[in-house]
Ligand binder design. Structure first.
Ligand code: AMP
Length: 394
């Protein structure tokens, strides 16, 4: 059942607690190197402010050890948020302590307050009820807009909405869009429905491949993980990256997938892991002993692009080769181009495939680029998220 959105809640004169994902990368001097996560939360924050509500923001940052640590303070985030919003953002020097209590009490309609790092409190990772009750008491409405943390049951994700009782607990715009694409679209896909799964290790994506084999018309495999499948067929993989201990698993997936599981037919390989190595294109499973597979070959890229162009729904996670090292980005580029050309509902899982789509300038040609690495993979595995289930239904 669809989850209720913040758009459907009257927030006038209300205190709205928004669990955001402000876990931004910082350099050695504590400067924010990429503020996309802050930018992504803006639509939800602005919507509450524009409708006369006041906003209390909470997030984790990094991995502090259950105690305050200045390295992981959210203060620089409050400053960046103020710049992006074009209005002052108050900052509480603690999460649920005297400063937070006082600043929550003093917050006026149209005001914004960011609490200090949730993980400075041991109760956050433990899902502690007392900690959750204190946070829940700060507000009239709970909003989950932290997709990157939705697969977790930290206090702010699960115990806080639970402690809200009959008060509204809803999703923000970011989480709403992620659920729409990664869960709702996949539940009723338009067909043909094609998945493309690449990247390094088959072991990281076993559950994703299994789940997608159950719902897709075809699952196309690329990246280094395809060489573990080659090994499972007793083929030659040279010095390619393989997971020799996962051969049985690859065999199991091939049996399960049958014709649905499509493997590369050729390989672009090199004699060293660098752009200017000696290169060769060989048939899949015929990689010479002193070479390693670094990308799918041109025949595979053409075949995969052809399948993708006919698709009505496409899900893509993981590059077809070493996409950060040209010319071994060719296969990934061809797949990305085919997705952009297909007109299909297209969902790009986080991580390297999302980066490839951004770099190639196709981000606005796909339906959805997921913002969550672990969370989007777990949603593609078909897992239920307690942090989402606990929210109100529409
Ligand atoms: P993943 O995080 O599992 O999606 O894997 C992404 C990483 O896999 C990227 O850093 C790619 O460079 C790497 N990768 C993909 N294909 C290959 C390959 N054939 N050999 C080595 N690394 C690869």
């Amino acid at each position: 059942m669809a989850k209720k959105s913040i758009a459907a809640v009257d927030v006038k004169d209300k205190a709205v607690f928004i669990r955001v994902d402000f876990n931004v990368p910082l350099d050695d001097n504590g400067n924010i190197t990429d503020d996309r996560r802050i930018q992504m939360a803006l639509p939800t924050i602005k919507s509450v402010l524009d409708r006369g509500g006041k906003v209390i923001l909470a997030s984790h940052l990094g991995r502090p050890k259950d105690a305050p640590d200045p390295v992981f303070s959210l203060k620089p985030v409050a400053e960046r948020l103020a710049k992006l919003l074009g209005k002052p953002v108050d900052f509480a020097a603690d999460t649920v302590g005297t400063d937070a209590q006082a600043k929550v009490a003093a917050l006026k309609d149209g005001g914004v307050l960011l609490l200090e790092n949730l993980r400075f409190q041991s109760g956050e990772k433990k899902g502690d009820e007392t900690f959750a009750k204190t946070l829940a008491a700060f507000s009239d409405v709970y909003v989950n807009d932290a997709f990157g943390t939705c697969h977790r049951t930290d206090a702010s994700m699960y115990a806080v909405p639970l402690a809200m009782g009959s008060k509204p607990k809803v999703c923000g715009f970011l989480v709403e869009k992620e659920i729409k694409y990664l869960s709702d679209v996949l539940a009723k896909p338009q067909r043909p429905f094609i998945a493309i799964i690449g990247g390094k290790k088959v072991s990281d994506k076993i559950m994703v491949i299994k789940n997608l084999l159950g719902i897709c018309d075809k699952v196309l495999i690329g990246g280094a993980m395809s060489y573990t499948f080659s090994l499972a067929k007793d083929e030659k993989v040279g010095k390619s990256l393989v997971e020799a201990d996962k051969v049985d698993l690859a065999k199991e997936l091939m049996v399960l997938g049958g014709d649905k599981l499509v493997l590369p037919v050729d390989t672009h390989c090199g004699d060293a892991f660098k752009s200017d190595c000696n290169k060769k294109i060989v048939k899949a499973g015929e990689i010479p002993a002193d070479f390693e597979g670094l990308d799918v070959g041109p025949e595979t890229a053409k075949m995969y692009a052809g399948i993708v162009r006919e698709a009505k729904t496409v899900v893509w996670n993981g590059p077809m080769g070493v996409s950060e090292m040209p010319p071994f980005d060719e296969g990934t580029k061809m797949v990305a181009q085919a997705i952009a050309d297909s007109g299909a509902i297209s969902i790009i899982g986080g991580g390297d495939s999302a980066a490839a789509v951004q770099k190639l300038g196709f981000a606005d040609k796909v339906s959805h680029v997921s913002t969550g690495g672990g969370a989007s993979l777990e949603m593609l595995e078909g897992k239920k998220f307690a942090a989402v289930d606990v929210l109100d239904n529409e």
